[in-house]
Ligand binder design. Sequence first.
Ligand code: BMP
Length: 250
Amino acid sequence: EEKKRLSYQQKFEQAQHSVSKKLLETALAKESNLIASADVTTTKELLELAEKVGPHIIALKTHIDIISDFDYQNTIIPLKEIASKHKFLLMEDRKFADIGNTQELQFTSGVFRITDWADFVTSQVIGGFESLDCFKNVGVVAIIGMSSKGTLTSNNYREEALKIALSHPNVIGGVSQNPIPEEILLFTPGVNLADSGDGKGQQYNTPEHVFKTLHTDFIIVGRGIYKSENPEQAASQYKSAGWNAYLTSL
Ligand code: BMP
């Protein structure tokens, strides 16, 4: 018989970090484990997408540095309003990958001032344990393994990366295509119901696959939603597929 996973309720009860609690609470309230990746390049597209998918998601993942007309007042302030209206969190997929001092500057300064608005951020752990100390007020999702063909995140790399992730108090979870210990949350991108790849190295799995084989907690879907003719409907479909796959894996 297959090993049972912990439920969101059980994970909520054992969670230490306020952002983990918030994510799990939101998942239970909205019956969703869907994170939409908003890889669009204008403020208008970002806000329109957030408004459409908002009711179905627990978090919106941004690559804020691809927004060509970024402006704190016109991009972040309305985005935060939409997030609070539809009750989802903001996940900035910055993938920090430097020494602690530089990451701290990248996190707090420049035009993006990520520290002022992101609920949680992604970071590589290549800079070592102390490089994560600067992310005090947010949750960190550590990049353990990548979804792309030929990634250097080998077994050995993932093992070492996990040691840092599991021991650092700022870390709430990991991004991976492999199972990770249940003490931290598992975020899995590379999820698409229609495609198996994108011709640029991305490799896709279905929600069923990642819940069954990885016991993932949250699926991250980009083009499956924002490139769809009807992103609102696509978000609703991925939400149902993800939630049903979670229930089946219990
Ligand atoms: P899409 O579903 O369109 O392939 O988008 C996937 C998103 O997840 C992108 O924003 C990408 O940066 C991110 N991502 C990924 O695809 N694989 C990883 O291993 C880590 C990621 O953050």
